[in-house]
Design a protein around this ligand. Structure first.
Ligand SMILES: NC(=O)c1ccc[n+]([C@@H]2O[C@H](COP(=O)([O-])OP(=O)(O)OC[C@H]3O[C@@H](n4cnc5c(N)ncnc54)[C@H](O)[C@@H]3O)[C@@H](O)[C@H]2O)c1
Length: 316
């Protein structure tokens, strides 16, 4: 089965991430079955998809795409029984993932891929709960919200087959996503580890009294964040290296100073006092702005950026 031919996707767990994935799959013209035990889950899912649909229309729908292609099922078993691809988004708890994957493995067709959105739990920790086909369990970790953000981190566990990793990468690519392949499992995957490194230093800078919360936010949002949205850290460095690129950069004195800074970075725990200081700083930075309005503004700009980036297809 070619991944361009996945027609039926099951979304298991329809909270923040599952609902957003459902919108993404429906917008690509796929049939979606979904399941979640929470009271009112179906109504909440349909409301989330309706709220997210205008953004999907703005980005362009696949032929035949419709929220009407969603079917809500009472149990995960029913949702996956005819699925080609399963995207699991239950709570981030190992016992829940183990029980859920045991049920999915028992009920899904043998050729179906079972992907998890798990943020911190690795596939190797629970794929032995799938005695039928542990080789078809794979990480497909999105970046919130998955209906907008292209990144998906794909990694196999110790029992995952290379073919399944390739098929998962192909499926996400066919959706228009930008999957990356983690060659080995690591806690937190790649993108959240990179964010964690930055957050650690951001909290440290507040604690050390170097700058206000608002100015530290500005240092990213009005500085390197603008370039990082277009090119990653290594290509940005490459362009900073002048005609010789990144290779020449490592020969320059500035590089020694940069590495020196690494050894000076802070290690910090967010205790009550630091947490309160940062929260106060955020309140001051917001200056009474409405949170829902801020989200709306951010998402509108994000949509424009994604559309422009899509058109500028030449960027790596
Ligand atoms: N929130 C994020 O930014 C983010 C980003 C990437 C990945 N993730 C991962 O996605 C997964 C879901 O996170 P979330 O933020 O959507 O959480 P959430 O709490 O919003 O949603 C979890 C959903 O799972 C449902 N659920 C509980 N038991 C279930 C079961 N047995 N079968 C099916 N559904 C069940 C709950 O009712 C709830 O609706 C987690 O593994 C998380 O680590 C989250």
């Amino acid at each position: 089965m070619s991944e361009a031919h996945v027609r039926r996707v099951a979304v298991i767990g329809t909270g923040v991430i599952g609902a957003s994935w459902a919108t993404c799959f429906l917008a690509r013209g796929l049939d979606v079955t979904a399941s979640d035990p929470a009271p009112g889950a179906e109504a909440a899912l349909r409301a989330a998809i309706a709220a997210q649909w205008p953004a999907m229309e703005a980005m362009g729908l696949a032929p035949g795409a419709s929220p009407g292609r969603l079917r809500f099922c009472a149990t995960p078993d029913r949702a996956v029984e005819a699925a080609d691809f399963v995207q699991e988004n239950g709570p981030e708890r190992l016992d829940v993932k183990r029980a859920l994957f045991a049920a999915l493995d028992a009920a899904a067709p043998p050729a179906a891929i079972l992907a998890t959105s798990a943020s911190t739990i690795t596939v190797s920790e629970f794929q032995d709960a799938c005695p039928r086909h542990p080789e078809r369990v794979v990480l497909g970790h999105p970046f919130n919200p998955p209906h907008l953000i292209p990144l998906v981190e794909v990694a196999g566990g110790t029992a995952t087959s290379a073919a399944v990793v390739d098929r998962a990468l192909g499926f996400y690519r066919a959706l228009g996503k930008h999957p990356i392949h983690l060659r080995r499992e690591v806690r937190g995957h790649v993108a959240n580890r990179l964010q964690a490194a930055l957050w650690q230093e951001a909290f440290h800078l507040v604690q050390a009294g170097v700058a206000s919360v608002a100015d530290i936010d500005a240092a990213i949002a009005h500085g390197p964040g603008l370039r990082w949205a277009l090119l990653g850290p290594f290509l940005s460095l490459h362009l900073s290296g002048g005609p010789g690129g990144i290779g020449a950069l490592f020969e320059k004195p500035l590089w020694q100073a940069t590495e020196g800074m690494w050894r000076d970075l802070g290690r910090v725990s967010v205790d009550l006092a630091l947490g309160a200081r940062v929260a106060e700083g955020v309140t001051a930075e917001l200056a009474g702005r409405d949170q829902a309005e801020l989200i709306r503004q951010r998402d509108a700009l994000l949509l424009e950026l994604l559309t422009r980036k899509g058109r500028a297809g030449e960027l790596p």
